[in-house]
Design a protein around this ligand. Sequence first.
Ligand SMILES: [Zn+2]
Length: 420
Amino acid sequence: MKKILIGTIVGYVLYALVMAYYLWFGADTSLPADLVGTKADPRTFLSSKEMLLVEEYSKIRNMMYFLSLPFDWVLYFLLILLGGAQAIQAWSEKVTRYSWLQGGIYVFWLTLFVTLASFPLSYIRFVLSKSYNITVQPFAGWMRDQLVGFWEGIFLMWLVVMVLYYLIRRFEKKWWVAAWALFIPFVFFLMYIQPVVIDPLYNDFTELQDKELEEKILGLAAESDIAADRVYEVNMSEKTNSINAYVTGVGGNSRIVLWDTLLTRLKEEEILFIMAHEMGHFVMNHVVVGISGYIVFSFFAFYLIHWCAARVISKWGEAIKITRLGQFSSLPLLLLLLSLVLFLASPITNAISRHQEHTADVYAIELTGDAAPAIGAFQEITRSSLSEVHPPALVKFLRYTHPPMVDRIAYLEKYLEEEE
Ligand SMILES: [Zn+2]
C-alpha cells in the first residue's frame, strides 16, 4: 500500500514536470507566417504589456489545467486502494439502516473529501485569476459560490446515486441500459431548469436597462424567428471582466441573456454581432444537437463503465474489498471511470463544438450583414480575458470549445477581402 501511494505521488510529479516542459519549451505557439501583421496578430491590437500578460497568464493557466486534470483520478484511485471508499460505507451503515440515508451520507463525505482535497488548486486558480484582473469578485462572494456549488452538487449526486444504485441492485447485468434510459429525461429536465432555477442561484438577472439596444437585439431576434420579448442582463461585472451572452429556452419561451460586462467593453455594433452569433447557436439548434450527441455517446459510455467496473471487481474485488457494484463503496470507482470516459471523449466533443462556433460566426455575419465589427469584438474579448490567440496544439485539442481567436479573426478578414 505504501508502495502504491509513493508510486502515485512520484508519477504525478513526473507528469507535472513533463507538462511544464511542454508548455514552457516544447510547444510551438508562434503565429503562422502568413498571419503576421494582420488583424489576427495580437501584436497589432495588444500593447506590449498586454502581450506579456497574455503569454504569462496563458502558460500558468494551462499548467493549472494540467495539474488539476488527473487530480480527481488520483484522489478516487487512492480512496479505493487505501480503503477510504470502504470506510465511509461501513460508517454510513453504522449510523442508519435506511439505504437512502446511507447514500446521502456517502455522497456527503465523498464530496466533502474531494472538495477539501482540491480546494488548494481551486483557491490558487481564483487568486491567479484575480491577480491578472480577470476575476474581480471578492473572496467572500467567491466562497459563497463555492458553498452553493458544494450543496447543489451533493443534492444532485444524492438524487442520481439513489436511482443508480437502485437500478444496479435490481438489474445486475442490464442496469446500464436502464440508467441510460432514465438519463435522457433527466438531461432534458436539467436543460429546462438550468436557466430559470440553477443560474439565478449564482447571479442576479434583470431586464436590460438600455431600451434602445434591447430593441435592436429584439429586431435581430425577430429576423431569426426567435420568440422573445425582452433581453435579460446578468450582473457579472462585480465578479469578472470576461464577456458572455447566450440564448436559451425550449420552444416558445426563449431567453436572451447578456452579461453586463459586454455593455461596458464593446461598442454597439460589436454587441449586436455577439448577440447574432448567440442567436445562430439557437436557430441552428446547437444545444439540442449537442444533447442528442451526448445521449448517443452516453449509451456507449454507460456500457463501457459497466464493463470496466465489472472487470475491476472480478479481478481485484477481493483485494480492494469492493466485491459487489451494488455497494456504495463502488461510487469512487464509478466516478473515476466516468471521468476517464468523459476525458477520452473531450477531443471529439471539443472539435464538434469548435465547428458549431464557426458556423455561428458565419450565421452572425449573414444576419448583421457585416464582418468588420466582429474583428473589434474578438480583439476586445482577447484583451479582457487575456486569452491565448494561438494556443499549443495539445491545449487546443483538449480544452478549446471555441476556435482559437487567430482562426476566427483570420476567417473574418478573408471574408471581408473576398467581399471587396
Ligand atoms: Zn458561440
